[in-house]
Design a protein around this ligand. Structure first.
Ligand SMILES: Cc1ncc(COP(=O)(O)O)c(C=O)c1O
Length: 482
């Protein structure tokens, strides 16, 4: 919720109070340099005890409500027929309107099953923008996933409120080029992750649905960040201001054939699900659920997490819950803009995205400027973001590197986990780095995994030990202990 102050400023207000806290540690800068070297400049590999503010992701890192924790205590651990699953099933019906629910252990497990059942090797998937796990699942089968967002979605700045929209002309052209039979399905991703957490509009979903229906193509929605997308529709799309999040969700779901989500984000728990009103798809998917995930009433999830997800999905329909992370992100983005730091605009859901290509224009994309900036931020703040640029792209089939369209550092804002003090601190340190950008150099792989290399890859600094130079300059301004 946004509160106006007497001096005219507006700030996001937490509509909850803190009941349980967890201590975090801020190591001295000199020690952080040792920690970073030990993990080959890949902050993904840092143990969390070495991280002060963990902005790596909003996946499974959100604060739970008292009602979620309470629900976990009454979980029914039955292997088959668990009451916890039936609660989830009832919630999915109430929140999304689907009759059939398949629990899975997380979002990529849903993608695995969907691709296994719906995709043939010669087919393609059309979507607004891929997520890395989706792309790997599709490409493993020798198929292709085509990104059809508008060209402006790949330009970091702008004021298009719905950069996650599929470009309908591109969609119609792709349908013409491949023909409906070669298109396994159209995939819409809510609050599109890789392009800066940018939403699609209801109008766009309606138009995509029409193209899908006219051509007999399945429409699948990845709703891992569905609460935030519904919130953006309410805030930004004409005709939706007075609709509730629940009403917006109901309309969205009326356009899709199959819905899936990682429950770790908007769902506020750790798991995932697939839901549909099509019995035939449900039956096909169900054939494989016990093989890869588990019995139909737990699907690889702990029953405690099923309980937490059922409550989390219900709570997500409250405007202040759906809007909690977007409003903090807006505050973060606007503060960085005041400091003159290039960031992705308009502010999205999920994270504040810093434009590393614009800041570190002296570092070529294949020297991974976004990871260099992210590593440098850890050195001077103890905060950890994640690289979303060329390092997050895997090589193509011929072994060539792919240059990402954007080089971003994603500073995730998990729901209800951080305070405004945390955000102010990280914004201040990013601004300091922006002023000292010439100290930062590029990186090169010394260990490069074949897929999803941003997880486990190890790198070393190019042009000498620039990490030590960054720490030296930082200590001259702030000392070692902060
Ligand atoms: C849009 C989207 N789809 C799928 C996934 C994969 O979900 P999980 O991490 O639960 O496997 C994610 C995870 O971040 C995501 O953001």
């Amino acid at each position: 919720m946004i509160i106006s102050l007497a001096d005219g400023r507006q700030i996001p207000m937490e509509m909850h109070r803190v009941k349980i806290v967890q201590k975090i540690n801020l190591l001295p800068a000199t020690q952080r340099l040792e920690c970073l070297k030990a993990v080959g400049y890949n902050t993904f590999l840092l143990p969390s005890r070495e991280v002060f503010l963990d902005m790596l992701t909003d996946s499974g890192t959100n604060a739970m409500s008292d009602n979620q924790l309470a629900a976990m205590m009454v979980a029914d651990d039955a292997y088959a027929g668990s009451e916890s699953f039936y609660k989830l099933e009832r919630t999915v019906k109430k929140v999304f309107g689907f009759d059939y629910t398949l629990p899975v252990h997380q979002g990529r497990a849903a993608e695995h099953l969907l691709v296994k059942v719906l995709l043939k090797p010669s087919q393609v998937v059309l979507n607004n923008y891929h997520f890395p796990s989706t792309r790997v699942h599709v490409e493993i089968l020798g198929s292709q996933i085509l990104d059809l967002v508008g060209d402006n979605a790949l330009i970091p700045t702008g004021n298009d409120p719905f950069k996650g929209n599929i470009d309908i002309t591109k969609l119609k052209n792709a349908v013409k080029e491949y023909g409906p039979d070669r298109i396994a399905f159209i995939r819409m991703e809510a609050t599109t992750n890789l392009i800066g957490g940018q939403p699609f509009s209801m109008q766009n979903l309606r138009e995509v649905n029409k193209v899908a229906r006219d051509n007999g193509i399945l429409l699948i929605l990845d709703g891992s960040l569905i609460g935030e997308n519904a919130y953006f529709i309410k805030k930004r799309e004409e005709g939706y201001t007075h609709k509730s999040i629940q009403e917006i969700l109901a309309e969205m779901m009326s356009y899709v054939d199959i819905y899936y989500m990682s429950g770790r984000k908007s769902g506020g728990a750790r798991g995932g699900l697939i839901a549909t009103n099509h019995k035939e798809h449900f039956d096909h998917l169900m054939n494989w659920l016990p093989v890869y995930e588990g019995f139909s009433t737990y699907g690889g999830m702990s029953t405690k997490e099923i309980e937490a997800m059922a409550v989390g999905l219900d709570e997500m329909t409250q405007t202040e819950v759906a809007g909690s992370s977007p409003e903090f992100i807006k505050f973060f983005v606007e503060r960085l803009q005041q400091y003159g730091v290039p960031v992705v605009t308009p502010p999205g859901g999920l994270a504040c995205h810093v434009d590393a290509r614009a800041i570190l224009s002296h570092i070529p994309p294949l020297q991974y400027p976004a990871e260099a900036l992210n590593a440098a931020l850890y050195l001077i703040s103890g905060a950890r973001g994640v690289e979303r640029g060329s390092m997050s792209e895997d090589r193509d089939r011929d072994g060539n590197e792919i240059t990402a369209k954007m080089e971003l550092v994603r500073l995730a804002v998990p729901r209800r986990a951080f305070t405004l003090g945390h955000i102010e601190y990280v914004a201040d340190r990013v601004a300091w780095l922006n002023k000292h950008k010439e100290l930062i150099g590029g990186l090169k792989f010394v260990q490069e995994p074949p897929v999803m290399r941003f997880f486990f890859g190890r790198l070393e600094p190019l042009g000498g030990d620039w990490g030590a130079k960054v720490v030296k300059a930082f200590k001259a301004d702030f000392g070692d202990d902060c």
